[in-house]
Design a protein around this ligand. Structure first.
Ligand code: AMP
Length: 394
């Protein structure tokens, strides 16, 4: 069902409570990646353009334990960074609920931006406690959710609050739905999925759901070795999830029954040790000899992926095809990023590592959509309903 958009709301003279995802990495008091802050700006600016509107932002940061208010979990550095990026003062609140915050909001003027302190300072947030949600709701006249990354969790600031305020989606959530929904329902064919990364366990549900809709699938990265093991191949000392070998066997049988082409690495770059400076050893085989570790895909595999992309009309990529953090083993992931950037198809890249690879290699603006949601993207693609989104449906 379509969600209600921030554009469907009359925001004139309203205090607009916006749930954003400002869960940014902070090292030694410095924010090391501002992507999530920048991403929230279009929705904030849109609201500020509405006559008399005030923006009240709320977010979580990290995972503070109950009652723990350490400075490293404070959103204060984010207020400062947002202020620099948006070129406007951002008022940092000392808390996210309570009398002092209510007064701060009451005294605010149209055009002000207030950032509430970390909602996870209260364990009631993750428990989706209705009383806590009600206290948050007291701070706004309407609610906008623009935090796709937490939409798969029914928390007070993502789901509970919608019971107390008229609610709508911000532009980030709208864009995620715009690109992910057609993939779940009816992707433009041929649809090719490239799934990599470390673990079968975290991707098996999405792999299974893609079997229902894709014409070909590339399974690579560390998780491909559990599948190779299931096929009776030698995998050396490569990553293995022993508990998932049977699951992998079942998956392969379903794929064969459905006649879905699954491309596994045909050749690979291996290492003697899982280390940054390990010497890359090329192995022109679909097996890993001796006690080597499979670290990256090789040129034959890259060519196979290229042929598969040639006719694709939808491509989704989630999970690096090799240990791309190590320079000696990033050629495969680089090649996939480049092929996706040049593909004549709807291209969607999801998952933290694939998104950072796309950004690091300079291709972030060459894809139809970079899905920033991590777990939320995967659950959406599996076809699950995300509570934070269901709550915004018309
Ligand atoms: P995920 O979060 O499941 O998408 O996994 C991402 C991680 O998978 C990255 O840190 C990669 O280094 C890792 N990865 C990719 N290929 C391999 C491989 N062949 N062996 C071990 N880890 C890998």
């Amino acid at each position: 069902m379509p969600v209600k958009s921030v554009k469907d709301m009359d925001l004139t003279s309203k205090k607009v409570l916006v749930r954003v995802d400002f869960n940014v990495p902070i090292v030694n008091d410095k924010i090391t990646d501002v992507t999530r802050i920048t991403a929230a700006i279009p929705t904030i600016e849109y609201i500020l353009k509405q006559k008399g509107a005030t923006v009240i932002l709320m977010s979580h940061l990290g995972r503070p334990k109950e009652g723990e208010r350490k400075p490293e979990f404070s959103l204060a550095p984010v207020a400062q960074k947002l202020s620099e990026l948006i070129g406007k003062k951002v008022i940092m609140a000392a808390d996210c609920i309570g009398d002092a915050v209510e007064k701060l909001v009451k005294d605010s003027k149209p055009g002000d931006i207030i950032l509430l302190e970390n909602v996870r300072y209260y364990h009631e947030e993750e428990k989706n406690d209705p009383e806590f949600a009600k206290k948050l709701a007291k701070l706004g006249d309407v609610y906008v959710n623009d935090a796709f990354g937490t939409a798969h969790r029914a928390h007070a600031s993502t789901e509970g609050i919608t019971k107390f305020l008229p609610s709508a989606a911000g532009f980030l959530i709208e864009k995620e739905i715009e690109f992910l929904e057609p993939i779940v329902r009816n992707p433009k064919q041929p649809f090719v999925a490239v799934i990599g990364g470390a673990k079968v366990s975290s991707k098996i549900a999405v792999l299974e759901s893609f079997l229902e809709k894709c014409s070909a699938m590339v399974i690579s990265g560390g998780m491909s070795y559990t599948f190779l093991k299931a096929m009776g191949k030698k995998i050396g000392k490569s990553l293995l999830e022993e508990d998932y070998v049977d699951t992998a066997k079942k998956f392969l049988k379903t794929a064969a029954d459905k006649k879905i082409e699954i491309i596994f690495p045909l050749d690979r770059v291996c290492a003697k040790e899982f280390k940054e400076d390990s010497e890359p050893i090329y192995v022109e085989s679909d097996e890993v000899p001796g006690d080597l570790i499979g670290m990256d895909i090789g040129p034959k595999t890259i060519d196979a992926i290229k042929s598969c992309f040639a006719t694709a009309k939808t491509i989704i990529w989630n999970g690096p095809v090799g240990v791309f953090e190590y320079k000696n083993f990033q050629k495969g992931t680089y090649a996939v990023a480049q092929m996706i950037a040049n593909a004549d198809a709807i291209t969607v890249v999801g998952g933290g590592d694939s998104v950072s690879a796309m950004t690091e290699f300079g291709y972030a603006d060459k894809v139809s959509h970079l899905s920033t949601g991590g777990g939320a993207s995967l659950e959406y693609l599996e076809g699950k309903s995300l509570p934070g989104i269901v709550a915004l449906e018309k």
